[in-house]
Design a protein around this ligand. Structure first.
Ligand code: FAD
Length: 552
């Protein structure tokens, strides 16, 4: 007897489950229901089509129902919404146009995804306020931009989708303002990393209204008025609402399936729900945080695809497990890339985890080969050396560094492993000491007490009476800009000028990126001083001092 497998949702998790299912079971009857008209489209490419980096709409449609049938013999039913699941009867109820019918199953995979949050704010039901999740949303926004040619837009929400939309609308020649409730954009990375991207936005003419939520909207005819929490009133011809997502699981509310606190389906490591033969995957499920083992929800395409495959494996009798999501993510912000993996500093602090952090600014490849660009690379690690997280920002080579570190994290590796990684090197690509090795060396120096470091946030807490703050760069660099209340003793003069340095005080040194500060700290330590070096140096300080200021 062939198995009958139903799949709800035909995009990332659903389509990947369907194809794997067929590869494992040639005899199964597989039916995939999709509420919309499209399956297996490139969600992640949607902003780039609106921005016209992707020119052909057809490129977004990775699979069609016809092709899915031809290759996999999957019965794809588009415009078919599953409106109820009855796990005790092993049935689903489907609405397709006027028709409502039921379908039985042996196994069911739910991959309904997540939908854009749309809080019940005054005036939110305005046709010029749009969200972006799927092809119809994309068509709506693109058509509006193409035909109405708005000159101004406001994007609400500085997460991944929001920032991608900011960039895409700027690419279309629109003057864009960004409104963000948090004090920083791109919350998966820490503030001093996100601020580098904020400057990139400002450099591309994007006005940023930070720490300011939206309290309501006004219909102004050609424009929508956006009223911010502090009373500021903005107006634009188009508003994109990208303030996050929530699991699209309302249709399951009477199913007896178990939900987590934020409405995500609860699944075990085999992606099984609490109901017999019902599996769930993707943005709609709670996952285990790979780092902490605690429950979390991280809506990303990679995990959804992997989970779809795992659910199919388990139905086919293979015992695959999902070991957790570590939150590896990446975004292009105009000429920069911002990426991260594992836990950030905010998460570690909130969880009370003991950690160290260092920041380095190595070049993406050998400085003597044209085109190298600095990468700001932040590493977080435990006192025993285990890598807890990493973040990178730069114009080139950020992706492969974060991916290397993500791999080390996945295998439970340490900063010592980072120093040992043998990574591909030739001058156009890297340096003999890759930035990942380099970050490992700096972290190793901290762990083996070759150097102590302090972070930017400690500067404000410095006890002036008990410390001496020394800029070890050249006098010219010091004159161009320095951290207030620091004196200048260049590293090359340090040995001759030790008499000026008070041994009774803790010595805080900094240079441009941290290297000369490290050298100075070695000189001082070996001369009996208690010394700390600013990790990331003046460069990190200067970048973190940027405050986005709306220009007009
Ligand atoms: P989806 O891919 O959303 O698929 C769910 C499908 O189920 C939908 O088509 C929906 O119509 C259908 N459905 C829901 N309920 C029913 C029902 N009752 N009956 C029938 N059908 C139903 N992630 C990344 O990792 N990198 C990126 O760069 C990235 N960029 C993104 C950009 C945008 C604009 C968006 C919206 C998302 C992006 N994501 C990105 C997130 C990624 O797309 C999701 O994590 C992933 O698609 C989740 O897969 P899923 O199968 O859970 O849900």
């Amino acid at each position: 007897m062939s198995k009958k497998i139903l799949i709800v949702g035909g995009v990332a998790g659903g389509a990947s489950a369907a194809a794997r299912m067929r590869r494992l079971d040639e005899t199964a009857q597989i039916i995939m229901f999709e509420r919309d008209n499209y399956i297996s489209f490139a969600n992640c490419g949607l902003p780039y089509y609106i921005g016209e980096t992707i020119q052909e709409r057809s490129k977004l449609l990775v699979q069609t129902p016809e092709a899915m049938y031809r290759r996999f013999r999957i019965d794809v039913r588009v415009n078919s919404e599953v409106i109820a699941v009855m796990p005790d009867e092993k049935k689903v109820r489907v609405r397709s146009g006027e028709e409502i019918y039921e379908e039985t199953y042996d196994s069911l995979i739910l991959s309904p995804g997540a939908k854009a949050l749309k809080p019940p704010l005054n005036g939110i039901e305005n046709a010029k306020i749009m969200t972006l999740r799927n092809i119809p949303d994309t068509d709506r926004i693109k058509k509006y931009v193409d035909h109405e040619q708005p000159k101004t837009a406001i994007v609400i929400g500085g997460g991944y989708v929001g920032i991608e939309m900011v960039e895409s609308l700027v690419e279309r020649g629109i003057k864009v303002s960004l409104v963000e409730n948090n004090p920083q954009i791109l919350t998966p990375v820490d503030p001093e990393m996100a601020i580098i991207a904020a400057k990139e936005l400002q450099d591309h003419g994007v006005n940023q209204h930070m720490s300011n939520g939206v309290q309501g909207f006004e219909d102004l005819g050609k424009e929508v008025g956006v009223i911010l929490a502090d009373g500021t009133k903005l107006a634009a011809e188009l508003v994109i609402l990208a303030i996050g997502v929530r699991p699209d699981t309302e249709f399951l509310k009477d199913s007896g399936l178990a939900f987590g606190p934020r409405g995500h389906l609860i699944v075990d490591a085999n992606m099984k729900t609490n109901k017999q033969d019902v599996y769930a995957v993707g943005d709609a499920v709670e996952v285990v945080d790979y780092m902490s083992g605690k429950k979390t929800a991280i809506p990303l395409a990679g995990p959804a695809n992997k989970q779809g495959r795992i659910a199919a494996d388990n139905i086919a009798g293979l015992t695959s497990t999902y070991k957790g999501t570590q939150g590896t993510s990446i975004i292009k912000v105009f000429n920069l890339t911002v990426a991260g993996t594992g836990h950030n500093e905010k998460q570690l602090k909130a969880a009370g985890v003991d950690y160290h952090t260092i920041t380095v600014h190595p070049g993406s490849h050998a400085g003597y080969y044209p085109g190298a660009a600095p990468i700001t690379l932040k590493l977080l690690f435990a006192p025993d050396g285990k890598v807890l997280g990493a973040q990178g920002v730069g114009a080139d080579g950020v992706d492969k560094r974060i991916d290397s570190i993500a791999t080390v994290i996945r295998f439970g590796g340490s900063v010592y492993d980072l120093t040992e990684l043998e990574l591909a090197y030739a001058p156009p690509y890297s340096s003999a000491k890759d930035p990942v090795n380099f970050a490992g060396y700096v972290a190793e120096n901290v762990l083996t007490d070759k150097t102590k470091v302090f972070t930017l946030d400690k500067i404000a807490e410095r006890d002036e009476a008990a410390t001496m703050f020394i800029d070890v760069r050249s006098p010219m660099e010091h004159a161009k800009g320095h951290i207030p209340n620091s004196i200048n003793i260049p590293v090359d003069d340090m040995r001759e000028r030790l008499a000026e340095i008070d041994k009774s005080k803790e010595i805080w040194v900094y240079c441009q990126v941290g290297l000369r500060g490290y050298l100075a700290s070695r000189i001082l330590k070996q001369n009996g001083y208690n010394v700390k070096n600013l990790t990331g140096g003046y460069k990190s300080y200067e970048m973190a001092s940027f405050v986005p200021t709306p220009q007009n």
